[in-house]
Design a protein around this ligand. Structure first.
Ligand code: BTN
Length: 251
């Protein structure tokens, strides 16, 4: 029996996120499980394996069955322009929880990845329809190095590779859900500005060379209070960019 089956997971939950829990051994994408239907805020859909897992920008999200965490969380969020900030809220929550579980430093790579030792340990995909946001999270947990997908754009890492031991995936999931709930409540009450210091401490891009709008070179700086990235351009100007407008030089 998998440690992620509902009977095993439910007693461990620390908050409301995950109380509604849809578990599958296999599905196409957990994003689609929550996209339609009448699921309440905080519902989690999780699969041991996805046959059509997707990442950002039309990429696929490959997995090694039953060794990682693949889940989506339904958020009924106030429908306003701040919804894209949720990828940073989720990134901060995942980084904090993984760092605590694995006892290795975890950073947020603006706008939606979590890094350990410079490798991508988790990715976040937000899909919103009005106020209904499906926040998909893939975390590399127990893969050995050979199981990790080759990522030409960015190296991948798992908690197991980073910490040198296997993890109980239920414990990791419960820790991540509790942190997601805590950070989401903070964001609702005080906005991203309330998370700014914690985000900045985990800002993996600060100091990295970036290209803005395909042609302007610069250096990434702080994550701004509205969630955009500050970039100091080589011509001396400072600009704020959204997620589609910047790429890391050399990737
Ligand atoms: C990215 O880094 O591009 C985002 C990856 C998001 C992957 C997760 S796995 C669970 C959920 N279901 C999906 O199909 N994608 C997300």
């Amino acid at each position: 029996m998998s440690e992620l089956e509902p009977e095993r997971l439910r007693p461990l939950l620390r908050g409301a996120f995950g109380e509604q829990y849809l578990y599958a051994v296999e599905t196409d994408s957990t994003q689609d499980v929550l996209r339609d239907g009448d699921h309440p805020h905080g519902t989690v859909a999780l699969a041991e394996h996805q046959t059509a897992g997707r990442g950002r920008s039309g990429r696929s999200w490959e997995d090694a069955p039953a060794t990682n965490l693949l889940f989506s969380l339904l958020l009924e969020s106030p429908a306003d322009a701040r919804i894209p900030q949720l990828s940073l809220v989720a990134g901060l929550a995942v980084a904090s929880a993984l760092e605590r579980e694995a006892m290795v430093p975890a950073l947020v790579k603006w706008p939606n990845d979590v890094l350990i030792d410079g490798g991508k340990v988790a990715g976040i995909l937000l899909e919103a329809t009005g106020s209904r946001v499906v926040c998909g999270i893939g975390i590399n947990v127990n893969q050995v190095a050979d199981d990790l997908p080759p990522t030409p754009r960015f190296p991948a890492i798992s908690l197991r590779v980073a910490a040198g031991r296997r993890f109980d995936r239920a414990a990791v999931l419960v820790a991540v859900l509790a942190e997601l709930e805590h950070r989401y409540e903070q964001w609702l009450e005080i906005g991203l500005a309330g998370l700014a210091d914690d985000l900045e401490r985990r800002n993996a891009l600060r100091g990295r060379r970036v290209i803005v709008g395909g042609s302007h070179n610069g250096t990434a700086d702080a994550i701004a209070a509205d969630g955009r990235l500050t970039v100091v351009l080589d011509d001396g100007r400072t600009t704020l960019v959204g997620s589609g407008e910047v790429e890391i030089a050399g990737t």
